[in-house]
Design a binder for this molecule. Structure first.
Ligand SMILES: *Cc1c(COP(=O)(O)O)cnc(C)c1O
Length: 212
């Protein structure tokens, strides 16, 4: 099931804040039929958290629809880097040197890819991401040692906190590091993300319903 009315309603709101902002429809744990439903209604940007699940669902779809743009929004493992580069267009979760080095081994596959660095703004033990104070050094490493072009920053606020605090922190970090793109906002907090003019909001439940 895909809720196109909700999609259009949120897209209009997003465009009022950032006219180039886009919704990433997070289809993880939802059947490929729901993806088809969305595609038939004009949606072309999707997000998945796992390389294997994305392969199963999207290899054929991407062959038949060159316009489809696939985003990786879950953690990337080194042994999946090549597969991921063959399938995904935008990566939201670059979070350690090891992964960056692995990516840089595939220069010919990096053309036209976009990368976001995930920041652990809540400094949570259970979450991946660079600590805010390490952002500058990590970006320096990516730029000067790996030549990985970074578009912007991504975060997932701790559930118990006011998301605005974290989005604000992320925006300040981005500005300080001369980046202007933010990947922020999920079903539960996208309304708080909108005033920060996100480049991408990542919506699952609110568009596809509850995950299995
Ligand atoms: C699952 C997930 C989403 C979508 O979450 P919803 O709350 O269902 O909108 C967005 N971003 C990331 C990183 C996710 O893992």
């Amino acid at each position: 099931m895909f809720n196109i009315d909700k999609f259009n309603e949120i897209r209009e709101k997003l465009e009022k804040y950032n006219n180039t902002g886009k919704i990433v429809a997070i289809s993880k744990n939802h059947p490929v039929e729901s993806v088809f439903e969305a595609i038939n209604q004009g949606v072309y940007i999707f997000g998945e958290n796992r390389v294997q699940e994305a392969k199963t669902k999207f290899v054929k779809i991407k062959e038949n629809n060159p316009k489809i743009e696939l985003h990786l929004t879950g953690p990337l493992q080194s042994n999946k880097v090549k597969d991921a580069l063959l399938l995904f267009d935008v990566f939201h979760t670059i979070d350690r040197e090891k992964i960056a080095k692995e990516l840089s081994k595939h220069q010919q596959l990096l053309i036209n890819k976009k990368f976001f660095v995930q920041i652990n703004t809540g400094r949570e033990k259970t979450k991946s991401g660079i600590f805010p104070e390490d952002t500058k050094d990590f970006l320096f490493f990516l730029k000067n040692e790996i030549s990985l072009p970074i578009q912007g920053l991504m975060c997932i606020p701790p559930i118990e906190d006011d998301p605005k605090y974290h989005f604000n922190q992320l925006q300040n970090l981005a500005k300080k590091n001369s980046l202007d793109k933010l990947s922020i906002g999920m079903s539960g907090d996208y309304t708080d993300a909108l005033p920060f003019r996100p480049t991408y909001i990542r919506l699952g439940t609110i568009l596809f319903g509850k995950r299995n």
